[in-house]
Design a protein around this ligand. Structure first.
Ligand SMILES: [Zn+2]
Length: 510
């Protein structure tokens, strides 16, 4: 016997088997029990949620030879014939392939004739929104005065495209996207009954990837079983689905928030090692941005997973989030015309880095100048060009990390004595003069020289720091990257759309 795909093999045959659509089945079961039957039903919902499945079960309920029942026997000739798709009085039509009015008329001409074997003649019209206007008119005439022996079961993914006149003559049922939890449970149940080796895998990645469609979930399970060639693990599933580590994406957004191009590209390289599906990755990226945008509005503190998003929601401005989302959306559209999708993905992120809404820039600038004013009135500025007694080597080869390392790299030495080192940093790095940073540097010095130094940091004009030197070296390479960004045809469009300006300093090469 040939292999039957899981989605067909496990297609629900009764209302009870149907997962996640209780709100629909309950109504249908009640009306069948009371035999309060309508002549036209419309089932709406996205793909793979069970629209035609519900319709077929309903057809069985109406035609089971025993009686009209929400629990068709599944054994009589009518039930078996419907399950096997060979029941003469269930006429299944795919409207997508029969849009012409002649075809619809031809179909409806037979409506008048009584059913051959069944109690009712059931017309199941799938993707009914595809019918032409004149076809809908023909259908409407029949719906207005249907013979008693006829039932119409219509299914569609796009109910908005159905004329109101038709809608008003149907009993409408909206099937929901099936929850991840429901899909996961069903996948585990089927795997156990089929004897699949799923080990300790939760099958969660499949349930998530199915996006509410049980049919897709089962197709993915089929694929996973052949792909794994043995035990299915979450790692295998992630690999198959090209699922990316969410933390990776969060780190990218963090790098964007900090305007850190080097870090951003580092994360893209890390991601690339997993040969991800860049379409899905960008899609996932947008999902995270959307969540951040929501958090910025409702400001909720929930579990740990949300905490990281919360942090980003506070760091990023609302305008930035909107802009990133729009750039990602444009990027997603363009990605299909990229020969090298990785570059397309990277370019999309670089665009985000290069743009900030003009308004938020003005805010930052005015904030900065205000800070400068406050500083200059309180601090006595020291000009590092006057510094003597330089001992550059004292800070080199120091085992400092994090902020302490930044302090070393962004400062000039003012003076060094046996117990004291005076440093100067520029105003924009004033956050590095915090006591805990200084403490950390003092500890590093003690470790190296076995001698306690007191570190004093002042704010003032710095001359070439380590960072400046490094930047100068990088500049040459950067200008090539900038040229690439600035000549990007998408740049102009985004500039216009968002009234954005290019922060060319934020462009960093790969
Ligand atoms: Zn039956």
């Amino acid at each position: 016997m040939s292999y039957r795909v899981l989605a067909r093999k496990w297609r629900p045959l009764t209302f009870e088997d149907l997962v996640g659509q209780e709100h629909v089945t309950q109504t249908l079961v009640n009306s069948l029990l009371k035999e309060r039957l309508h002549h036209a039903y419309l089932f709406t919902g996205t793909r793979g949620v069970g629209k035609t499945t519900v319709a077929r079960i309903l057809a069985k309920s109406l035609n089971c030879l025993l009686k009209i029942t929400p629990k068709p026997c599944g054994k009589c000739e009518a039930c078996l014939a419907i399950d096997e798709g060979r029941f003469v009085d269930l006429i299944e039509v795919d409207a997508a392939s029969r849009t012409k009015v002649e075809q619809t008329r031809e179909l409806l001409e037979n409506v008048l004739y009584a059913p051959t074997n069944g109690r009712y003649k059931v017309y199941l019209i799938d993707e009914v929104h595809m019918l032409s206007t004149s076809s809908f008119n023909a259908l409407l005439k029949t719906l207005e005065e249907p013979p008693d022996h006829v039932k119409f079961l219509l299914a569609t993914t796009e109910s908005s495209k159905i004329p109101v006149t038709v809608l008003s003559r149907c009993l409408q049922f909206n099937l929901k996207a099936i929850s991840i939890n429901d899909i996961q449970k069903q996948l585990i149940k089927i795997s156990n009954e089929e004897g699949f080796d799923i080990g300790s895998s939760s099958l969660l990645p499949l349930a998530v990837a199915a996006r509410g469609s049980m049919r897709d979930a089962l197709s993915l399970l089929d694929q996973a079983i052949s792909f794994s060639g043995g035990a299915v693990t979450d790692a295998v599933l992630n690999n198959m689905l090209g699922v990316i580590d969410k933390n990776n994406l969060l780190r990218m957004i963090k790098a964007l928030a900090q305007g850190d191009g080097v870090e951003l590209i580092k994360e893209v390289n890390l991601l690339d090692e997993l040969s991800p599906d860049y379409f899905k990755t960008l899609d996932e990226f947008m999902v995270i941005l959307q969540k951040i945008a929501v958090l910025q509005l409702i400001d909720s503190d929930q579990d740990d997973a949300v905490n990281e998003l919360n942090d980003l929601a506070h760091v990023l401005s609302k305008e930035d989030v909107q802009l990133y989302y729009q750039i990602a959306l444009n990027g997603l559209r363009d990605l299909s015309s990229c020969i090298d999708v990785r570059s397309g993905f990277e370019m999309t992120l670089l665009r985000m880095l290069a743009f900030r809404p003009a308004e938020s820039n003005i805010d930052k600038n005015s904030e900065l100048s205000l800070k400068k004013k406050l500083k200059s009135s309180t601090d006595k500025a020291i000009d590092s060009s006057e510094v003597s007694n330089k001992d550059e080597s004292i800070l080199s080869g120091l085992n400092a990390s994090g902020m302490a390392k930044l302090l070393v790299d962004n400062s000039n030495i003012v003076s060094v004595s046996n117990e004291k080192i005076e440093l100067i940093i520029s105003d924009k790095n004033s956050h590095l003069s915090k006591p805990e940073v200084i403490k950390s540097l003092e500890l590093s010095l003690k470790e190296k020289f076995k001698n306690s130094f007191r570190v004093i940091v002042s704010i003032g004009n710095t001359s070439q720091t380590n960072t400046d030197k490094k930047n100068e070296e990088d500049d040459k390479v950067n200008s090539a990257a900038k040229a690439a960004i600035l000549s990007d045809p998408n740049i102009k469009a985004i500039e216009d759309e968002f009234d954005a300006i290019i922060e060319s300093d934020s462009i960093k090469p790969n």
